[in-house]
Ligand binder design. Sequence first.
Ligand code: MN
Length: 212
Amino acid sequence: MPFQLPKLSYPYNALEPHIDAKTMEIHHTKHHGTYTDNLNKLLDEGKLTDKYKADGNDASAILMNIESIPESIRTGIRNHGGGFMNHNLFWEIMGPKAGGEATGELADEIKKTFGSFSDFKEKFSDAAAKRFGSGWAWLSLKGGKLMLHSTANQDSPLMEGAIPILGLDVWEHAYYLLYQNKRAEYIKNWWNVINWPAVLERYKKAMKTKMK
Ligand code: MN
């Protein structure tokens, strides 16, 4: 199978009290696990397993070229391939001993684009709150510029020609056990678990990719 469910670099209870251990465990093993299994099954069904086997657990190429996937499996790949990659990012950009603000060149670029870190935080939170139903809020890089946006379901920014830097899962499965219907509270607390050094690394990598 070309893609594997990645291990987390921290225990399930590491993000408490902001995100509880039970939610983390179900989210990782069941939800992300299912996206991973189904992506592999669909690739097998479409005889595409060999084509993507060497991509090192990175399904970016599939998502960037989603229109080239055979129609019979395209919607499935969109949902499960998107879910696989979105969650890979989500675990990576969170962690214990986190919070605070963006650093380095990402901090400069956020200030240049959005005015200040607090303006950025407010606009990002707003995008996350207003995403109707299930989806994600994103800070992405497109054409070398930062952009704020949201996507429905498990759609990835990669499907829109953007490289995701930071993402927030606002599906109910991400917060319902601890927050029930209070999505705004989940969004507010999530800022305490962002691993900004990891986000900076993603930004630097995205800038390099863009320059290729
Ligand atoms: Mn999720």
